[in-house]
Design a protein around this ligand. Structure first.
Ligand code: ADP
Length: 484
């Protein structure tokens, strides 16, 4: 059963993103509210300073000035008895009264001292305090004046002290607010960056693993399970990918088993038919006329073709697991090339195609499975012949590469070439080119078999082609058979 199992999802991607987002939001919220509290506090202090302390300061200055003016004019009047000084005295007294009334208007915490001053004034000048005109002489004694002055000066000093401490507090609050603001901002930015890093890291690893799995299949046709690295949606995706690969593997295996079984089942009756046809063709079972012989020849050729096809199918199913049993021997690759060309000669001759070997002079012996490598070479030469139009040339090159460590084989034809979009697929099992499959026989296994054989030897296979200008297939194998 390939039922897709849902892994226990611990922390989904959305959850992780939300956690980062909420984290930033919480820090930002606390920073903003702290700043607001500080701003409110400093507004209160500033209001007190601007609306109360500065006003009190200037009014108390008016009180001091009017008290001094009263004292001065009273003294001058005592000496000169000029009405002018009396008038000045009364003006100063009036100013003093107004200033006291203005100050009483601010009802703040150390307000009682001004009430005391007002009570003194009321006692000294009851008519004036009630807003009436002064009845008798306006003068007051020096002692009272001194007392009032002392009260005003000390209240003024108190006010200055409060003003100064308010300013200090304002400064302190602004400093703390700036610090908190900067800290909050730094923490928010840091949290944001960390969150982004964490999210990128936790998304990157599983995505890379998934890409590796998909690439292994699209590039090399390998179905490999990938690691399930996270317990989120990407973990689910990885688990689903693994389910899919095991399902595809199982289907591949079943298909190979099926092909294997069918091929074996067909092979036995096919051998009997072939033998019977051959016996008839060779006139062992009696005389056949020329017309009958021609048809028997066609039947024999077709049987030969079906037989070769079955051999390919069986080979592929035996290589389905990608594990090829190699029987390595040391052999001369040049000789193998010549032998394979000879094998392909009848098909080439039928189309008037020239098979030309280009063998390097420094070719050394190679360790590998001679029979399988011959098969790979034959598949490539066979394709070159099969797809080339008549009267062309097929070149088979053999040279040393990688400083003599590898053997490089190339098969070049002057056929239709392979369009670029088909090139990544031609080594896949059962793949046949869209254009060529209408015009040529085949089951799309030749290149896949060649690839499996070359790679089992630790080599590489590739092609280069320009559509319409023929193509060259290359493969390399290590000469010492280290991986064989
Ligand atoms: P088959 O030959 O049975 O179709 P192969 O696996 O040998 O299968 O080749 C796969 C496909 O690659 C072919 O169907 C063809 O489209 C393309 N191909 C292979 N060799 C050549 C070639 N020499 N020239 C042009 N196309 C080729």
């Amino acid at each position: 059963m390939y039922l897709y199992r849902r892994p226990i999802k611990q922390y989904g991607i959305l959850f992780k993103m939300l956690a980062v987002y909420i984290g930033i939001l919480v820090v930002a919220y606390f920073t903003t509210s702290t700043l607001l509290i500080y701003i409110k506090e400093s507004v209160n202090i500033s209001r007190d300073i601007v609306k109360v302390r500065f006003e009190v300061l200037s009014i108390s200055q008016r009180l001091v000035d009017s008290l001094l003016a009263m004292e001065e004019n009273q003294k001058k009047y005592e000496i000169v008895h000029s009405e002018e000084y009396k008038k000045n005295f009364l003006a100063a007294l009036n100013e003093y009264k107004n200033a006291i009334w203005s100050i009483l208007w601010f009802r703040y915490e150390s307000f009682s001292v001004w009430e005391e001053l007002h009570a003194e004034f009321r006692a000294a000048f009851p008519e004036l305090a009630q807003g009436k005109a002064l009845g008798g002489e306006p003068w007051i004694d020096q002692e009272t004046l001194n007392k009032w002055m002392r009260i005003v000066v000390s209240a003024r000093q108190d006010n200055e002290r409060v003003l100064e401490s308010g300013m200090r507090e304002l400064f302190r609050i602004s400093e703390v607010a700036v610090n908190r603001g900067v800290t909050g901002l730094t923490v928010s930015i840091g949290l944001g960056l960390l969150g982004i890093l964490y999210l990128t890291y936790s998304l990157r690893r599983p995505l890379r693993e998934l890409r590796r799995g998909i690439r292994a299949y699209t590039r090399d046709g390998r179905l490999e399970p990938i690691r399930v690295l996270t317990k989120d949606e990407l973990g689910e995706l990885a688990a689903a990918f693994n389910d899919m690969t095991s399902r595809l593997k199982e289907e591949e295996r079943m298909r190979a088993d099926f092909i294997d079984m069918v091929s074996h089942e067909i092979r036995t009756p096919l051998t009997s038919i072939r033998e019977s046809v051959n016996l008839m063709r060779e006139r062992v079972l009696g005389e056949v006329n020329e017309r009958q012989k021609r048809f028997l020849d066609i039947a024999s050729d077709e049987l030969q073709r079906i037989s070769a096809m079955l051999t390919s199918l069986l080979k592929v199913s035996s290589m389905a697991s990608q594990i090829v049993d190699l029987a390595p021997v040391t052999f001369d690759p040049a000789k193998l090339v010549l032998e394979t060309l000879e094998k392909a000669a009848p098909a080439a001759e039928a189309k008037g195609i020239r098979l030309t070997p280009r063998l390097g002079r420094d070719i050394v012996s190679v360790v590998g499975d001679r029979e399988l490598l011959g098969q790979a070479l034959y598949n490539l030469i066979g394709n070159a012949v099969k797809f080339s139009p008549p009267e062309r040339t097929v070149l088979v090159g053999l040279e040393m590469a990688d400083g003599g460590q590898k053997l490089l084989v190339s098969i070049t034809d002057e056929g239709p070439g392979i369009p670029e979009e088909e090139q990544p697929h031609v080594f896949n099992k059962y793949y046949r080119g869209a254009r060529t499959k209408r015009t040529t026989d085949g089951i799309g296994l030749g290149l896949s078999i060649a690839k499996t054989i070359v790679e089992a030897h630790g080599g590489n296979i590739w092609l280069s082609s320009l559509a319409g200008k023929g193509c060259t297939f290359y493969f390399t194998i290590p000469v010492d058979g280290t991986t064989a």
